[in-house]
Design a protein around this ligand. Structure first.
Ligand code: NAD
Length: 300
């Protein structure tokens, strides 16, 4: 049986449409334009691409985009001063500091200096604690995107066995918290997990967030399971010509698609949902900041 393909690109477009609708209403009814500030320190090429894409999509849904590009030698004090200014700027509803930061800057300190209510990445320790205790928080964008796709496909996730492979703070751990919040029975697997094939084979839902190209073969997947592939790995693609590369996930798509009930592709699965959820979080933050009702279906 061939798996259903969960089209993250198409789903992200519907999320952006919803966001744009809410932005239009906030402007018309409340004279509020949600604003997202993105701070980039240094010239990391991948980060520059992400920041450009975030800025473009922010403007496309009708929000204000404030980009702050600082040189790689920026001091911690100067970066903290900028964040303090953004924390106190009423036109800024969301603040995102693009990671990774240059080595001389303390990432934890910087992230925890963002006002939790404006922390649209959901990485501030307060938001991590709120999510972990089932309270209203800002939810990290990638796991939020995965959750939205799972809810859309399954309706209720209650009682399902979910295995999250990877225990990072930005994907694996918050993903597990969200699935627990939706009443899944959750297992977090990681680099020290014993007999990973057996653990994965029990899962109704597999979330792969490791960063190792195609490490999960189809034979590990339970027949009919739903597979969400978070991994983005660039590998050589000599079949496309000398020096060419292509993107693959953490799951071997070809063999997994033969066993899974549904699967996200790479590219075109989780990736596009991440920025869509960043926009969703910014609208949510703007509503909360102004004591307005939150848009439905755009948060956990
Ligand atoms: P990370 O390096 O912080 O964490 C990887 C995790 O994988 C670790 O917890 C580790 O224990 C686990 N791991 C390593 N080897 C393992 C093995 N052999 N078996 C089982 N577990 C193992 O990575 P991350 O930031 O969580 O990202 C994971 C992947 O997701 C990367 O490919 C990254 O590019 C991708 N990613 C995609 C998006 C998106 O928007 N789609 C967003 C964030 C991350």
């Amino acid at each position: 049986m061939a798996a259903n393909i969960i089209d993250g690109k198409a789903f992200a477009a519907t999320v952006r449409e919803k966001v744009a609708g809410h932005v239009a209403r906030l402007k018309a009814d409340n004279d509020i334009t949600p604003g997202l500030a993105v701070v980039l320190v240094g010239e990391d090429p991948a980060s520059q691409v992400y920041v450009r894409s975030k800025g473009k999509q922010t403007v496309e849904v009708g929000m204000n985009s404030f980009e702050h590009k600082l040189d790689s030698g920026t001091s911690e004090a100067d970066l903290l001063a900028l964040i303090d200014t953004l924390n106190n700027d009423p036109a800024v509803h969301g603040i995102l500091v693009q990671l990774p930061l240059p080595k001389h800057l303390n990432e934890d300190l910087v992230i925890n200096s963002i006002a939790p209510s404006k922390d649209v990445d959901g990485f501030h320790i307060s938001n991590v604690g709120l999510l972990g205790t089932g309270q209203k928080s800002m939810v990290p964008c990638t796991p939020l995107g995965c959750l939205m796709m799972l809810r859309d496909y399954h309706g209720s996730l209650s009682g399902m066995n979910a295995v999250v492979i990877g225990r990072s703070n930005i994907v694996g751990k918050p993903m597990a918290q969200l699935l627990l919040g939706d009443s899944c029975t959750v297992t977090i697997a990681h680099s020290r997990t014993k007999d990973l094939p057996e653990v994965v084979g029990r899962a109704d839902i597999v979330i792969a967030a490791v960063g190792r190209p195609e490490m999960v073969p189809g034979e590990w997947i339970k027949e009919g399971a739903t597979v969400i592939d978070v991994g983005i790995n660039r590998i050589d693609a000599p079949e496309k010509g000398e020096g060419k590369t292509r993107l693959v996930g953490d799951v071997d798509f070809a063999s997994a698609a033969g066993r899974a009930g549904a699967i996200t592709p790479v590219p075109g699965g989780v990736g596009p949902m991440t920025i869509a959820c960043l926009l969703a979080n910014t609208v949510t933050a703007a509503c909360r900041a102004n004591g307005l009702e939150e848009p439905e279906g755009l948060t956990a």
